[in-house]
Structure formats: structure tokens, C-alpha cells
Design a protein around this ligand. Sequence first.
Ligand code: SF4
Length: 369
Amino acid sequence: MKKVRYIRNLDQVSQLTDAERTALAKVENKFKFRANDYYLGLINWDDPNDPIRRIIVPHTGELKEFGELDASNEEANYVAPGTQHKYTSTALLLCNEICGGYCRFCFRKRLFMDGNDEASNDLTEGINYIKSHPEINNVLLTGGDPFLLSTRRLESIIRPLREIDHIGVIRIGTKMAAFNPFRITQDDELLEMLSQYSTPNKRIYIMNHFNVPQELTPQAFEALDLLNRAGTVTLNQTPILRGINDSPAVLSKLMNLLNDAGVHPYYFFQCRPTAGNEIYELPIVESYMALIKAKKNVSGLAKRARMVMSHDSGKIEIVGLTDDHIYMKYHRARFSSDDERFMIYHRDDKAFWFDDLVPADDSEYTETA
Ligand code: SF4
């Protein structure tokens, strides 16, 4: 059985030079590093700008003061240990605080820091909360990566959720098909468990996180195939990241490969202004244009993907752009008064986040309920 070797220290990354390790020590102290030999093996070490390297290996640019650790104010969403409830119909269970690797741009990197207790080992209170809130009809298991839990532990969370009548879709947010596909391909019990609880009328959705085409290895394709055959619905979501996947060619290749594998590209995120993330950030207009150009080379299936900003006030979809304006709409809203609200803001090619944008004059501003 193939087992990956987890690596938690840059000293264990033999491909880095001593000088590189010394230069990165400060970064490693600030934002934790974690990888494994399989994922590091995808890097072309001759290329300092290799996209997998940029995803997983620390970069001195992370030391630049920028952004907030909790850029979308998730702190405001907790209703029980490890349990967030922001949008009426959706609850989040943060099952653990560990991933198959740590993406350098992670919007939840605070979870990996000592002293953070947002994720919980005991979700009983959260599951009871969901039980007593019939307006919640779907639950997202997240973290961290729920597939880092043992299959038995994961089942102990899914089983009680499946017993709640008003819960239909259960989503699992995971990057394991990219970081360590063997977690999926070599655990028959996991696949059987998913198959058991992804029923014909209540499916489990696997929210994958592939950032670049290089992650779609034969092993990753096998993992996705097994997830599809287990009766789960597989989707993908990724931020658009400077120097990693910000070219239309890379994005369209990613979308096409995912579609070929039966995985639907779902969200493309504007990279959140998270602490240390300046080097990964693109202005909203640049991200949007990269995606629009990429969509010229994909089928209608991939064109369904939306570009959104996960803002404190809700999930804001960028729906259009003209020379003067940027058009947006609340896809999900924290407050019902914002539900489906359509917004016209002045185009600003330097704006990185919703808060940087300025609404158009009242005379130009349209709103629909
Ligand atoms: S897989 Fe997701 S939660 Fe885990 S480090 Fe990457 S972005 Fe963060």
C-alpha cells in the first residue's frame, strides 16, 4: 500500500538549498508549513516559479504586512464549537485543523496556528444545533480537511447528520485528491461509507480544490473516478492566484481537465485579503478578465462556474464589467435584505476587494429585490 510521508519542516525538503532554507525560516515561523513527498514530487525544482512550488513552499513575500488573519470575519459565524451558521440554509462544521498540506494562500491559515480552537473534535453541540434548526437543509464539513480524519471518525459525523430529516446535501470540502489521492484510492472503507450515505435522494458532494492542471495526475484522476463511482457528486473550487493560475490558458486547461473527469468547476474565488497573501493577490478586474478569457476555450459545462468574493457580508458574484462599471450580485447574503441584491460599482482596476470599490452614483444605481 502506498503511503505518503508527511513533511512538517523545511529542513526535510532536500530540494531546497541551505540559503533558501535560511531565507525561509522566518516565514516558516510565522505561517506553518506542511507538505508530503507525493505533492512535493510534482514540483519542477529547476523552475523557481513552478506553480506547485508557489502553492506549497513558503515565500519571503509572505512576510509583507498585508490583510487580516480572518479576512471574512468568520469569527462572527460561530453558534457552537466548530460550528458556523452564516447563511440561513447552510451550516459549516469545522471537523479538524489539519490539511494534507498547507496552501500558502490559505484563508484559514489561522487554524493551523498554536492556540486556535475554532475547529472542534466534539461536534455534538453543533449537530444538535443543526437538528433544532429546520431552516438548515445542507451542511458543509470543512476544516482543515475532513478526509484527514479516519474513516470511522468521519462516519461518526456524517451518520447523525443523515438521520436529520431536514438535511439533504452534505458537502465535504477537501484538497486530498490533489494533496494525497492515495487517501482515497487506497481506502475501500472510505468509498463504501461515502456510497452508503450518498443516497439517491440525498447526495454527498465532494468540493475538491484543484488550483492548477499539474495537480491532475493519473492518481488524482483515479481518486476522482472512485469518488464519482461511489455516488458522490464532485465539484471544484479554487481561488485565482497571482503567478499560479492567473493565465486564461491555465484556467481553461484546468476547467477542461476537470470536466473531462466529471468534476464540475463551481467557484472561482477572488483571493481573500488574508494576512501574508499579498503576493497571491490580483485585482478583481484582472481575476475576472482571466476567467472570462479562459471561458472562451471551454464548453458550456465549465462556463457555469461563477466568480465570487467571500465577503463578510456574503458571497458576492462578479457578473459583468464595462469600461466604467463593475456589476455584482449577492449570491448568498448574511442579511436577508441583501438577498439577490444587484449592485453597480465604479470600475477600479486597482481594487482587490469589495471594500475597495465605490458604488456608482444613485442616479446610475439599480437594485432588484
Ligand atoms: S486545502 Fe483549503 S483549508 Fe487546507 S490549507 Fe489549502 S486552502 Fe487551507
